[in-house]
Write a protein that binds this ligand. Structure first.
Ligand code: GUN
Length: 293
């Protein structure tokens, strides 16, 4: 069967969410509170620089404050931990985000542990990860939360569906599984987490009602790995060399969009799919933290 999948436009949903947040920020401003997000970037990773710039731009757009902290790649771990202490104590900072990955000499777990759990804009603190797993109220990691929000707002309620997530990262695969398996609204799915060690990975992917690609391999998911009528969510953001583009590269996802969109019922594009949702959920976490503070 050849069909053309419905496009799940994260960019548009994210605009709607930002508009909703703008109203909430205005209501907080009337009470003298400006939600503030501190963004910490260590080093010069080009992709991270783009992400951080987009996050700060989005803050400004909804009327939030962004506090930009760029540190050289050589920054000692102690210095980063000291900065986090300062931000933890600063009442104008409601959310703290340390962009990952960090340089190799810095212990990521130690850094994430240092962020005050109630200022944890990413939901990466082990205490919040634990709360998420047992279904307690907590800030949820932005990308998986954005994926859930996209599915729900496009009428693809995960309840009762078989969701196959390809990728087991702490940022996407694991937390998405935890979120979608909860006995809660917008979840209650049967979740399989597949990865590079999965036997017959293609066969596993073909069993998905909802397939989430978060592997980090450009255009890994091909049409023959997708069931007719599946919903396909592409979390990948990969730079591939392309001399015909002015920048010398273009951005592709983890899904072969041209092929898979002939087979799936609905699919997210890259760019303009999950990416903008990640940022929208980050702003949401920060606004929620400001409301609590
Ligand atoms: N690196 C890639 N994705 C993310 C994210 O959602 N948050 C942070 N802090 N770093 C990332």
């Amino acid at each position: 069967m050849t069909q053309q999948a419905i496009l799940i436009e994260g960019k548009r949903v994210a605009e709607t969410i930002r508009a909703e947040l703008k109203d909430e920020v205005a209501a907080l401003a009337a009470r003298g509170v400006t939600p503030g997000l501190a963004v910490v970037l260590v080093g010069e990773n080009p992709a991270s620089q783009v992400y951080v710039r987009n996050k700060e731009k989005a803050c400004a757009e909804v009327g939030m404050a962004a506090f930009d902290h760029r540190l050289p790649a050589s920054t000692p771990e102690d210095e980063l931990l000291a900065l986090i202490d300062t931000l933890n104590a600063d009442p104008s900072v409601h959310g703290i985000l340390v962009q990952l990955p960090l340089p190799k000499h810095i212990n990521e777990t130690k850094v994430l542990n240092a962020i005050a759990p109630d200022k944890d804009a990413d939901g990466f603190h082990p205490m919040n990860v634990g709360k998420m797993l047992i279904g307690e109220e907590c800030p949820l990691p932005c990308t998986p939360h954005g994926v859930q929000e996209l599915l729900v707002r496009y009428g693809h309620d995960p309840a009762g569906k078989h969701v196959v997530i390809v990728g087991r990262s702490n940022i996407v695969g694991k937390p998405l599984a935890a979120i979608l398996m909860q006995k809660k609204k917008g979840a209650n799915a049967t979740v399989t987490v597949a990865h590079s060690g999965t036997k017959d990975l293609a066969g596993m992917m073909r069993q998905a009602d909802i397939l989430v690609a978060a592997i980090g391999v450009p255009e890994f998911v091909k049409a023959d790995m997708v069931r007719d009528g599946a919903v396909v969510i592409d979390v990948g953001i990969n730079r591939v060399e392309d001399a015909t583009h002015p920048k010398g590269y273009r951005i592709v996802g983890d899904v072969d969009f041209a092929g898979v969109s002939q087979k799936a019922a609905a699919i997210t594009p890259v760019p303009g799919g999950v990416g903008p949702m990640t940022i929208a959920m980050l702003l949401k976490n920060t606004v929620e933290a400001a409301k609590r503070a």
